[in-house]
Design a protein around this ligand. Structure first.
Ligand code: PYC
Length: 311
């Protein structure tokens, strides 16, 4: 039987399954081409790892590979129940905690290659991890959408390593008790984006919807509900979504370089965000903590009719 060796963790409640071995060999292949080959020829490995019956819609997979850049310690390709992600903030924090758990790194600063660029990470002795994410920006402000069942919705389109549409949650509070209703709203907004041909740069689909609201704790600055491409919501404050939010705040002149933004997830877990400007680009720094929660060997029995996962 084939086996896939994984280590599971969660970051603010959002799970990451790091794949240590068992996928096809991609030695020396550039990361965008790895994604291409996975998508075209080996997609069943993604499904076997994160889809039912071994996984679930919330799980994000992280294929750990050798570094591509000379100065990096690792490469990673993130994937979920429906496809592949450019970057993943909570997943990178999970990957760093996993590498520490394996004894492959000690507290310090490292670079990790992703399909959308190299990110710098810092692991501290207390287990917290900071990521200097890829350059983030607001693409369009105050985009008006006509959303069936919701009416007129106005929001921003921003890049934080994935594409986001950010708008106020159509309710006063973002509460996990309302997750089903928030999911319904976010799906309607995503359908309206597609129907009205609203995209990110170069026609890129906007596959993450970020509904924002006031923080529940006085010391924090905002709360979000992020709908991921496969229909599950992010249990963490979403690293790439927080990066997109920082880019919008900066563009509005509401957050200065170095100023701290404490972002709550719909569960109440928190990421610390701030940004700096490097060569006229906004580089977000996202800080959070992950906990390793499981060691899993997935077994692929060719006699199992659901060996390669459910779609
Ligand atoms: O933390 O960037 C993130 C993320 C993206 C999708 C789920 N989590």
């Amino acid at each position: 039987m084939q086996a896939i060796e994984c280590l599971d963790s969660h970051t603010g409640g959002e799970p990451t399954r790091v794949v240590l071995s068992g996928f096809p060999d991609f030695s020396g292949v550039a990361l965008p081409e790895v994604v291409n080959r996975l998508r075209l020829h080996h997609d069943r490995y993604r499904k076997a790892t994160v889809c039912e019956p071994r996984g679930n819609d919330v799980l994000v997979g992280a294929l750990l590979l050798a570094p591509r850049d000379a100065g990096s310690i690792a490469s990673v390709v993130f994937f979920n129940n429906v496809g592949y992600l450019g970057m993943c903030g909570h997943g990178t924090i999970g990957l760093v905690a996993t590498l520490a758990h394996l004894g492959r790194i000690a507290p310090g600063c490292f670079a990790i290659d992703t399909p959308v660029g190299t990110v710098q990470v810092q692991l501290r002795a207390d287990g917290s991890v900071s990521i200097d994410n890829v350059a983030s920006y607001r693409h369009r402000a105050d985009v008006e959408l006509e959303v069936a069942g919701l009416g007129r919705v106005v929001g921003d389109i921003a890049w934080g390593g994935n594409w986001f549409f950010l708008c106020h949650a159509p309710a006063t509070a973002v509460r996990v008790e309302d997750a089903a209703e928030l999911t319904r709203w976010a799906l309607l907004i995503r359908q309206a984006l597609v129907a009205q041909g609203v995209t990110g740069r170069d026609g890129a689909p906007i596959d993450h919807i970020e509904l924002t609201g006031p923080a529940h704790r006085a010391a924090h600055h905002g709360r979000n509900f992020v709908l991921c491409p496969g229909g599950a919501y992010d249990r963490s404050p979403c690293g790439t979504g927080t990066s997109a939010k920082l880019a919008c705040l900066a563009a509005d002149g509401s957050l200065a370089p170095g100023q701290v933004w404490l972002q709550e997830s719909v569960l109440g877990s928190v990421f610390q965000g701030s940004y700096r400007i490097v060569d006229a680009q906004l580089i977000p720094t996202i800080t959070g903590q992950a906990f390793v929660s499981g060691k899993t060997t997935l077994l692929l029995d060719p006699a199992d009719p659901f060996c390669w996962g459910l779609d």
